[in-house]
Design a protein around this ligand. Structure first.
Ligand code: SF4
Length: 722
């Protein structure tokens, strides 16, 4: 018997925790935290430790399947499936044109480090702009719209590791394991938070729930949902009024400060505090604490980004960071210049707004004021179409109507806003192809479902998180075990289809070998060519390492630069007026509670409960309510209730929770099953949970530029079900 231990890393979520795997005769027999790793210190979570079970789980798709005439599925060899899919795509391409072929790249597509580059190459080769990802139904304001409207600081912002203060808005990193740089690091977040508190960091948290992060905060603003932007506006107003901002920095690097200040006048502490359900003194304390810094960053999470006014909120978060001077300066050492990013020395200067990113590019056919969203990456801005409108793009006839959808590591039927519409859209497609580890709710509607390799069966490198770390950290993992049977990777799906369609794929300007399928390693070499640390060095390292890269000292500004960050861009006055109006608006008596989204510890969107340990912690997404609200609707802990919005109704398991402010219902998204009554999803709510997207109208309150739907802060009513 052969036995080996190898270092690898978890890709169940994007925290990429290092692990040590024991393999006996190509079987994974043990998985332990890599306690030698200096960045993570042996941190893992229960989800990652369940990956042994994931490999042989009975629900895992062990081979690809295709739809049969009687509506079921039959096994099919992946090569045959790819032949048939390619033939159908060729016909659709010929009849309906390139735009009719779309891909949706969900959460798990990001965990395969070659997936997005090859998928984009496929889209480029057929000329289809219909490239969609989960980013645009998650946080498009943060990764695209905010930078386009205001511009950005080329040398980046302050990181967590030397911050004196952090302002965390609707981001529960201790559970979600996600934050952008400056927030609580996703990597061993408990340790990072403990270390920050020990060195005296002051933590401000704004969240309607007393989350795991809020419990550890020095100041918790337990706001009524929907008023985050107004609270930010009143904080900025106070900081400017009391001259607590970095006036010298602002004088040199921003425009529109006076116009912004004038427009913030109505956002008085008293008006905003009354609407947000917190005290004026708390808002003032938060503003003064954050402004005192002197180092530290404000960041948002998914909750408020899915709620009202996300573009405005993100803009104001950028504003509070910039006016407080939370930008790295000339002569400072960049804490992490990136390991896989190409070498460069940033200058301490602004890049101005990019309004063309908001107005040019391919427009949505159903909402022309919305179009391609330019997502900022270390390799430059990359366009993608807005996912909130994908169902409408499928359902709306005319030139460019989407006819074929390739769904990669995502579950649109559970993840897209407006579940019934999504179901109609998926059913209307001429071709739906999924690559998915299981027959998910979406895969059950597919024409073909391809069986993928899971993460421990693949080579990968930590490309996604390269610049999220506070230090130049990276890890390469070879596959730990060989996948058994006929399984392919996400990128192979697109390479194989391209080859069958006679297309040449390129990454950057470099052609991919289309005559012989490249190895994953060769592909990653191509994707990361020109990186600061050669991929070969990362591969040769024993597990994840902090690499000894030459110091990058931030260069002074180009004396000729005239670029400034725009604090008062076109359209902001209208957005501020809308947020202000909300502070005076009466609630809807028919829907007196507000439903907000949340993360749950033992699941990652729709993945987790099928695994035994995670499933034993719960198989439903409860409707968490303050005990007073629960009693008011005559229900008790564990009762079934109906959650009803103006758009739809779902059943849920009521759970009393002291940490939620009265008037709020908190539920995790991406649960449940098909909305088709024949599927009987509602009757299985205790086993599979319930889908909050049935409560959401994807076109009501759609956000400018991104079409982002309001998926949190939904007015609802609750009643006990018998
Ligand atoms: S936080 Fe958990 S699921 Fe995420 S990478 Fe780490 S061990 Fe895996």
């Amino acid at each position: 018997m052969s036995r080996k231990t190898v270092k690898t890393y978890c890709r169940f979520c994007h925290a990429y925790c290092p692990m040590v795997a024991t393999v006996e005769d190509n079987r994974l027999t043990d998985l332990q935290p890599d306690t030698d790793n200096v960045v993570y210190g042996g941190y893992t979570c229960p989800k990652g430790r369940q990956m042994i079970e994931q490999i042989d789980h009975p629900t895992r798709l062990q081979q690809s399947v295709k739809r049969t005439a009687d509506g079921g599925f039959a096994p099919v060899a992946s090569a045959q499936a790819l032949d048939e899919i390619a033939a159908r795509l060729a016909a659709i391409l010929a009849e309906h044109g390139p735009r009719s072929i779309a891909s949706y790249n969900g959460t798990y597509s990001f965990q395969n480090s070659a997936s997005h580059d090859v998928t984009r190459a496929f889209h480029a080769a057929i000329g289809s702009p219909s490239y969609y990802t989960s980013i645009t139904i998650d946080q498009p304001a943060k990764v695209a719209i905010g930078a386009a409207r205001m511009g950005w600081w080329n040398a980046g912002g302050h990181m967590w590791s030397d911050a004196n203060v952090a302002f965390i808005i609707g981001n529960n990193t201790l559970v979600s394991h996600f934050s952008i740089p400056g927030g609580i690091p996703s990597f061993s977040p408990h340790n990072a938070l403990r270390e920050g508190k020990q060195r005296g960091l002051k933590l401000i948290c704004m969240d309607p729930r007393r989350t795991e992060v809020a419990r550890r905060a020095d100041l918790h603003l337990q706001v009524r949902p929907g008023h985050d932007a107004a609270v930010l506006a009143s904080m900025i107003r106070l900081i400017l009024e009391e001259n607590r901002h970095d006036a010298a920095f602002c004088a040199e690097h921003v425009t529109g400060l006076d116009e912004l200040f004038a427009q913030l006048a109505p956002f008085t502490l008293e008006q905003v505090a009354a609407a947000a359900g917190i005290s004026a003194a708390q808002i003032a304390e938060a503003a003064r604490l954050f402004a005192a810094g002197p180092r530290g960053t404000a960041v948002t999470g998914t909750g408020p980004e899915m709620g009202p006014h996300p573009n405005l909120l993100q803009h104001l978060v950028q504003v509070i960071n910039v006016i407080c001077g939370r930008c790295n300066r000339a002569g400072e050492r960049l804490p992490n210049p990136g390991v896989l990013a190409p070498p460069s020395i940033p200058r301490a200067q602004a890049t101005g707004p990019q309004p063309q990113w908001l107005a040019e590019g391919v427009r949505s056919r159903v909402s022309p004021e919305v179009g391609e969203v330019m997502v900022l990456t270390p390799y430059g801005p990359k366009p993608e179409m807005p996912t909130a409108l994908l169902s409408d793009e499928i359902l709306t006839p005319g030139d460019g109507q989407i006819k074929a959808l390739i769904c990669v590591g995502g579950n649109p039927l559970l993840a897209f806003p407006d579940q019934q519409k999504t179901q109609r859209a998926l059913a209307a497609l001429e071709l739906l192809v999924c690559i998915d580890i299981k027959l998910s709710a979406t895969a059950q509607m597919a024409d073909y479902v391809l069986a993928p390799k899971v993460c421990l069966e693949r080579d990968d490198v930590t490309l996604l998180t390269d610049i999220w770390h506070d230090r130049p950290y990276s890890q390469y993992t070879a596959k730990v075990v060989d996948a058994e049977g006929d399984k392919i990777e996400e990128w192979e799906l697109f390479w194989e289809l391209a080859q069958r369609l006679g297309l040449q794929l390129t990454i950057g300007d470099e052609p991919i070998d289309m005559a012989h399928k490249p190895s994953k390693q060769a592909l990653l070499e191509l994707i990361t060519r020109g990186s600061r640390v050669p991929l070969a060095d990362i591969r040769a390292a024993d597990g994840g390492q902090v690499f000894d890269v030459p110091d990058v000292i931030i260069a002074p500004a180009d004396p000729a630069t005239a670029q400034r960050m725009q604090l008062f861009p076109p359209g902001l006055a209208t957005e501020l007026a809308a947020a202000l109006a909300d502070t005076a608006a009466a609630g809807n008596p028919d829907y007196p509670l507000l439903l907000v989204s949340r993360r749950m510890k033992n699941t990652y969107n729709s993945t987790g409960p099928e695994l035994s340990l995670l499933g034993s912690k719960g198989t439903t997404n409860p409707a968490y309510l303050n005990p007073g609200d629960l009693a008011a609707c005559g229900a008790a802990d564990g009762d079934l209730v109906e959650v009803r919005s103006a758009h739809g109704a779902i059943p849920a398991v009521a759970t009393a929770s002291d940490d939620i402010r009265p008037g709020v219902v908190s539920m995790s998204h991406c649960w449940g099953g098909s909305p088709d009554p024949a599927a009987g999803s509602d009757s299985r709510v205790r086993e599979i949970g319930s889908n909050t997207n049935r409560l959401i109208d994807n076109r009501a309150n759609a956000e400018r530029y991104s079409g982002m739907a309001r998926q949190s802060c939904i007015p609802v009513a609750i009643r006990k079900l018998n």
